[in-house]
Design a protein around this ligand. Structure first.
Ligand code: RAT
Ligand code: ZN
Length: 418
């Protein structure tokens, strides 16, 4: 065993280890460069991120239609003016843009968007991807891959294969949340579907899932669900879960990621920024874990109010792996609270964060802001341990943080660990 760390040095060591440990980012909306225009990057994309647009629309007399009619740089100009010039950019999403610019050595005190744009225009994408991964200290990430997406599907059909850096996750929102529409699409792609979700349809859906698992080689099958989600349930969603998703996931030895609590399209004029949150019923997760003990579930919940109950569920079900502070709970104050609560209830058996990045450079701020919070909470926890006389070593901290930053997920998914 290496020497125990002295009490007053614990914080420094934790900071060093947390900074120095590469991350496996298990849920993003980024794409490999091979997906071409689907990979968003640069300052205009960052400024028009939907987290920022929701804040922008609160500040402007401009109509939604007027805004959407403008091209991307004009939209970015409008956001910059309202959220960075007319008022201080202290929201989490605004601060994130500044963290990224500063990380690239740009002088944010100039407030000169034109010069920031110039920096990004000078980058070549392939090299820029490497630079961003290095700055964010990411080793791999998982995309969100939707076979129902008309822009994305042809790229997979053209033979694109995931690699170690850009791994895949098969996202099934439409199949589970909008069966009538999904059924039509499946029929259009040649699956024998009549829409009643009888045994014939179920077989076709299982076949569809197997085909896409084969094609995408995903790390998990994922779905976002409304706060009204319940299980068991006779709805189409409940039937598809029971008769299609569970058996296929089991046979493929893949976990199912449940992302619960999103109220889609509360203000549709805001497009991607239209969604809100609702408190969900965690017993649905309990019932799934119990009904399918041979399946594995990853779960994250959108509502702050659900976090404690979800931890308790995970204590009851070893086949449940809690992950991430998702979307509206990915703000420093709540990340700190949730992370603390999870350490206290689950120890080190979960994955504290994913980035949910949609724009490449966001990896930098999402992870740097998160690292700060995780390090703070971990330091407190190791300090408490040291106070009992337990020897806290750098080796132990390194092992624990590797788990938190991807190792626990890899173990739960039965992937080879790094
Ligand atoms: O975080 C986001 O960008 C949201 O728009 C959603 O995509 C959410 O993360 C999801 O995965 O559904
Ligand atoms: Zn997401």
């Amino acid at each position: 065993m290496t020497q125990p760390i002295e009490l007053d040095k614990i914080r420094n060591v934790v900071n060093e280890v947390v900074e120095g440990t590469p991350i496996f980012d298990i849920h993003t909306h980024l794409y490999a460069p091979g997906f071409d225009r689907l990979l968003l990057w640069g300052v205009d994309e960052m400024l028009t991120y939907h987290y920022l647009l929701a804040e922008f629309f609160r500040t402007t007399p401009m109509s939604y239609d007027q805004f959407w009619a403008m091209d991307r740089p004009a939209q970015a100009d409008a956001v910059w003016k309202q959220l960075f010039i007319e008022r201080s950019p202290l929201s989490e999403a605004c601060r994130g843009v500044l963290t990224v610019l500063a990380e690239f050595g740009l002088d944010v005190s100039t407030r000169d968007l034109t010069s920031f744009r110039r920096h990004f225009a000078q980058q070549s994408l392939e090299k820029h991807v490497e630079t961003v991964f290095a700055h964010a200290h990411i080793r791999s990430l998982i995309m969100t891959n939707d076979p129902f997406d008309d822009q994305e599907r042809p790229i997979w059909e053209g033979g694109w294969k995931p690699d170690a850096q850009f791994q895949s996750a098969l996202r099934l929102d439409q199949l589970l949340n909008d069966w009538p529409e999904a059924a039509q699409k499946l029929a259009g792609w040649g699956y024998k579907i009549n829409g009643d979700l009888g045994e014939g349809d179920r077989q076709a859906v299982r076949c569809f899932l197997r085909n896409w698992i084969e094609r995408m080689q995903p790390r998990y099958l994922g779905v976002s669900l409304p706060p009204t989600f319940t299980y068991p349930d006779s709805s189409y969603c409940g039937q598809i879960i029971e008769h299609c998703l569970m058996p296929v996931a089991h046979d493929a030895d893949l976990p199912v990621a449940l992302m619960i609590g999103v109220r889609r399209g509360v203000n549709p004029a805001m497009r991607l920024a239209a969604d809100a949150v609702g408190k969900a019923d965690v017993t649905a997760v309990d019932h799934l874990c119990r009904a399918f003990p041979e399946n594995r579930f990853l779960a994250t919940m959108l509502s702050r109010e659900n976090q404690h109950e979800l931890c308790v569920s995970a204590r009851k079900h070893p086949n449940l792996h809690v992950f991430g502070c998702w979307w509206f709970v990915n703000v420093p104050s709540i990340v700190e609270e949730i992370t603390r609560e999870r350490f206290e209830l689950l120890g080190l058996t979960y994955t504290p964060q994913h980035s949910d990045a949609r724009v490449l450079e966001q990896l930098i701020y999402k992870w740097s802001h998160t690292r700060t919070r995780i390090a703070r909470v971990l330091s407190d926890k190791y300090t408490d341990l040291a106070h009992t006389g337990w020897p806290v070593t750098r080796e132990d901290i390194g092992r624990d943080v590797e788990g938190l930053f991807g190792g626990n997920f890899e173990q739960f998914c039965r992937l080879p660990t790094m």
